[in-house]
Ligand binder design. Sequence first.
Ligand SMILES: COc1nc(N)nc2c1ncn2[C@H]1C[C@H](O)[C@@H](COP(=O)(O)OP(=O)(O)OP(=O)(O)O)O1
Length: 164
Amino acid sequence: MFEVSVVYLVRPPAAGRDAPAEVLLGEKLTGFGRGRLVGPGGKLEPGESPTAAAVREVAEEVGVSIHEADLMPIARIAYPFIDRPQWSQFSHAFVCERWQGEPRASTELAPRWFPREELPLDRMWADAVHWLPRALAGEFVEATLTFGAGDVMVGADWSGAHGR
Ligand SMILES: COc1nc(N)nc2c1ncn2[C@H]1C[C@H](O)[C@@H](COP(=O)(O)OP(=O)(O)OP(=O)(O)O)O1
């Protein structure tokens, strides 16, 4: 099972506005999950820590600089893929509220801000609806979410992230 780090950049509403915070998601333009909206992220390189991978992937995919110390862990999720074990992965998810630079598109991701209360869950991976709103609201999530054929979620175990 390979490991990935995924980062959700969260910005507050503009001063004085009665509006929700916003979350940066991007349409994945290449490879696994193409067309879906995801947080910037990707696979850990050999010997790399989850936070170091998060910093590197955010810089590569949306062009902003973040510090490892500003990453707040929000979830650890194992994703076994029953029909395609080679897709199985263990994900470290983080929120980050401080960065340098303005997010921009790359060959991998076309980023866009979404109100935290109106996430485009129907365009994200099928598991997002089950945990991401809770995690962005402050709950730490640890789970094993199993995918079957056709990228459909077929099981959820909220007692822990088994299988790393
Ligand atoms: C709710 O969000 C997500 N759910 C699930 N099930 N998977 C997600 C979510 N957000 C991201 N992912 C997965 C999809 C991919 O497996 C990884 C991202 O990795 P990627 O393929 O982009 O990895 P890179 O190292 O950037 O890719 P290359 O192999 O092309 O270098 O996270």
